[in-house]
Design a protein around this ligand. Structure first.
Ligand SMILES: Cc1cc2nc3c(=O)[nH]c(=O)nc-3n(C[C@H](O)[C@H](O)[C@H](O)COP(=O)(O)OP(=O)(O)OC[C@H]3O[C@@H](n4cnc5c(N)ncnc54)[C@H](O)[C@@H]3O)c2cc1C
Length: 537
């Protein structure tokens, strides 16, 4: 076959694929618009693999299974996608001819059962929408979602093993999932397999649910998830401490992890303090909504008054300018007294470790509105592009990891200066683990995904910046080196593997990888489900 014959065949195959998808989903739910294909071929990682061939937006489980059947017949790779708020290539096609399956039309809350304390959702729902639906309910999923929850979906959180706000992580309250497998089967796991009408416990036979968590969409398309609800906390206590020294702040964070009473504990540094106190004053209606939410979430009038006083005494957070580092904590309890008593144990630890009490205004406001505007974290104060990386180790390894990062960035200071790169870090503790997110910044054009998350003001100020390929390459190289030279020796975990983190190389037991290959072969013999994810080609 000549080159032009091959091109003509590819074009005809593509047209037939699009036609078949359109027949299944209807006109408005299949796109070959080059602008959208480009948007689905980049993420915050700034790396390029292949360009998406078509975007399909299923509205039901049958649609998802229909897309899988078409892909199977035509040998087209599939790439499941939520909001693509990851930065590890999970949603970026690795092969030409890929169908991107945008799950966000499947965003229904299917069932809230207050007798059995469960909520069942379609996986395209965002954490913000789920939170809004449960706002007036006495029950909640105590894991509240990732910081990116204004856009990020439940399905993306399952694909990435989301951590973030609230107790535990996305698996802590998960009872089961429904997954459309690439081989055509529709699998229900956990309690959804035992009794889909009344899901209760997962402990009956091997737990298949976790097989599909942090699989980066490599084993199937999750269509449904069921979570356990719990009565909302009867009381919440907030406290924050300022530190001149990062090491002391991290010592407190680690101690908070060990004490095990905090629902949330974050450490912010000078850069994020600037982000927070540099925010423009919110318009009156937003401020009123914030105050109402804080009052509603407080246990009783006295406590509402205390929280509002604590919020307002922080003013516009200018006091953060005096502290390079702050530890921000929330403790929930069955009632206010229990929350306050548990917070007292954190206060003693903070006193011992040299923390100076500061108004907990930031953490009170963030608990009320936990999902930060994406643009604030993904575009720097001066319009820089950025990518975060996440790395989680045991509490005992945390400080050594921090020192290794210090040395890494110190050694590369000249390189970073020469390329206009800067870096900052966020820290958090989840259960018995120490998490760090180093973020690298550089000046560059906004790629289409970044541009899509900018509000009007930032679009006007930063939307048309010129490209800076040299700085971008330098930032990419710096990130890659950090992952291999600093993170890897600590044998860390990464909550979003995607096609970026060296998952295969991290399997110190080779049987672990071969077992995963066996499972992949069993459910996806043609290897069409998100090729490259987890390193499974
Ligand atoms: C500003 C910001 C803050 C963030 N904060 C946090 C945080 O606090 N905690 C945290 O853990 N992460 C955080 N992240 C990372 C990321 O946003 C989260 O992991 C989030 O859960 C991703 O959701 P998503 O819908 O965007 O998923 P996507 O990025 O669209 O997808 C993630 C992975 O899951 C797969 N996938 C998506 N939907 C499905 C489905 N239905 N079935 C099968 N596979 C699927 C995709 O193929 C991909 O591999 C943050 C990111 C940003 C930009």
């Amino acid at each position: 076959m000549t080159n032009s014959d091959a091109k003509a065949t590819l074009k005809a195959d593509h047209a037939a694929l699009v036609e078949e998808l359109t027949r299944l989903l209807g006109d408005g739910h299949v796109s070959t618009d080059p602008v959208e294909l480009e948007l689905c071929s980049v993420d915050f990682s700034e790396l390029r693999l292949a360009t998406a061939a078509v975007v399909a937006r299923p509205g039901s489980v049958d649609d998802v299974r229909g897309i899988i059947a078409i892909a199977e017949k035509r040998g087209a790779p599939l790439v499941p996608r939520g909001a693509s708020m990851s930065y590890t290539l999970g949603t970026i096609p690795q092969r030409d001819g890929s169908i991107v399956v945008d799950m966000r039309r499947m965003n229904r809350i299917l069932d809230i059962n207050l007798d059995d304390l469960t909520v069942t959702v379609e996986t395209g729902v965002t954490w913000a929408d789920l939170r809004a639906v449960l706002a007036d309910c006495a029950y909640e999923i105590p894991f509240h979602g990732p910081f990116s929850g204004s856009r990020a979906t439940v399905g993306g959180g399952l694909g990435n093993w989301a951590v973030g706000w609230g107790k535990g992580d996305i698996t802590t309250y998960l009872l089961g999932v429904e997954v459309a497998l690439p081989d055509g089967r529709l699998l229900a796991t956990g309690a959804l397999a035992t009794d889909p009408q009344h899901p209760a416990l997962t402990c009956y036979g091997p737990d298949l649910t976790r097989l599909f968590i942090n699989d980066a969409g490599s084993l199937g398309i999750k269509t449904k998830a069921c979570f356990r609800l719990e009565r909302k906390a009867g009381g919440s206590a907030y406290a924050a401490w300022g530190f001149a020294d990062e090491n002391q702040a991290l010592a407190l964070m680690s101690e908070v992890g060990r004490l095990g009473v905090a629902t949330d504990c974050f450490v912010f540094g000078p850069y994020h303090h600037r982000v927070f106190y540099g925010r423009p004053r919110p318009p009156a209606n937003e401020l009123k909504a914030l105050l109402r939410t804080i009052a509603r979430n407080s246990s009783g009038r006295l406590n509402a008054a205390r929280n509002l006083f604590d919020l307002l005494r922080g003013g516009s957070l200018g006091f953060l300018a005096r502290w390079p580092w702050s530890v921000q904590t929330i403790v929930d309890g069955v009632n206010q007294r229990a929350a306050d008593a548990a917070m007292d144990t954190l206060r003693s630890a903070a006193r011992r470790l040299g923390g100076k009490p500061i108004p907990p205004s930031l953490v009170i406001a963030m608990r009320a509105m936990p999902f930060v505007p994406i643009e604030e974290l993904i575009v720097g104060i001066d319009g820089e592009c950025s990518f975060p990386s996440n790395c989680t180790v045991s509490l005992s390894q945390g400080m050594a990891l921090k020192r290794a990062l210090d040395a890494f960035f110190a050694e590369r200071a000249d390189f970073m200066r020469a390329h206009g790169l800067t870096a900052t870090r966020l820290y958090l503790t989840t259960a018995n683990a120490f998490g760090v997110e180093p973020i690298i910044y550089w000046h560059d054009r906004m790629n289409p995904l970044r541009y899509s998350v900018l509000g009007e003001d930032r679009r006007r100020r930063f939307g048309n910046q010129p490209g800076n390929a040299i700085a971008r390459e330098a930032a990419l190289a710096l990130r890659r080196e950090m992952v291999t030279d600093v993170f890897a020796p600590f044998r860390p975990t990464h909550v979003q593997v995607g096609k970026y983190y060296p998952y295969r190389a991290s399997r110190h037991n080779p049987d672990c990888w071969s077992m995963l290959e066996d499972i992949k072969n069993a459910v996806d013999p043609k290897r069409l489900m998100n090729p490259g994810a987890l390193g499974l080609e």
